[in-house]
Write a protein of this length. Structure first.
Length: 79
């Protein structure tokens, strides 16, 4: 499934497009997911996660993948 490994963000399935003739069409707003490698100091190796771009910004802000994983209760040893 297209879900962020860190934040758990999922696609928005309630989105609508309103056309010029004002028809309302359902659409899915997907999460902007990227494969990203982070170096974990705790595991002393790289971990490859499928993370949303907001998740990447969160890791940068918190100063590393280990702090972010601890906050969001993600077990990095599975990646």
């Amino acid at each position: 499934a297209r879900v962020c490994d860190l934040l758990g963000k999922k696609p928005n399935r309630q989105a609508r497009v309103v056309t010029f003739s004002h028809k309302r069409i359902k659409k899915v707003q997907e999460v902007n997911l990227q494969w990203k490698r982070f170096f974990s100091d705790d595991l002393n190796r790289n971990v490859r996660l499928r993370v949303s771009t907001k998740g990447i910004k969160t890791v940068t802000k918190m100063g590393g993948i280990d702090a972010a994983a601890k906050k969001f209760e993600v077990d990095l040893s599975k990646f």
